[in-house]
Write a protein that binds this ligand. Sequence first.
Ligand code: SF4
Length: 240
Amino acid sequence: MKRAEKADRILRILDDLYPEPPIPLDHADAFSLLVAVLLSAQCTDERVNMVTPGLFALAPDAERMAGLPEEKILEQIRSCGLAPGKARNIKALSRILVSEHGGEVPRSFEALEALPGVGHKTASVVMSQAFGVPAFPVDTHIHRLAARWGLSSGKNVERTEADLKALFPRETWNHLHLAIIFFGREYCPARGHDLSSCAICSWAATKKRIREEAQDGGGGPRSRGSASGRKKAASKKATR
Ligand code: SF4
């Protein structure tokens, strides 16, 4: 099957499973989303959603965040990984937003990526989820699934992003990246499980990938609570 055909079929399956995937990080505006995405590096979305209410109660916008001592920010976010660096970056980027962007989050990849602690993935999430600009933020999970599904043989997230953007229509990018994230969380353990019972890998995985998974100890479920998920995925497949 050609990559484009695979992409089309995968899109239909994901649309069916996740017609309107929600944004996982709680936020009120572009600024709170930017800070939440920055906090989510090396940290679960659940944990970020636990710490952001306290932080934004103290400083709901860039101006007030810029005026907050770094130690105060750190106090609020301490339970997230890499907290000291994140506190430093949140303070520094808030100052820049105030001094260079009138206290607003800029609506451009270039300006976002110039902020401390903000890389291309974070900028893509903000452009996509705060401003509705088509973007395809690729994290390690999407990178891994794109490889498993044979949609990309990219060795890095940049290449995978380019491959996925070429395969899927631009107007699908914003909800599709979320749908892939939700599918991965619900169904996909990192390694070692039975691909033949899956709604997608059963027909989309490359032979090379199936071989590698088998060598990795696949063939037997080793789930992260995804046994029921696999059943659901399998029954979806049966109805198709
Ligand atoms: S076989 Fe596993 S990795 Fe592949 S899509 Fe299905 S659940 Fe995810």
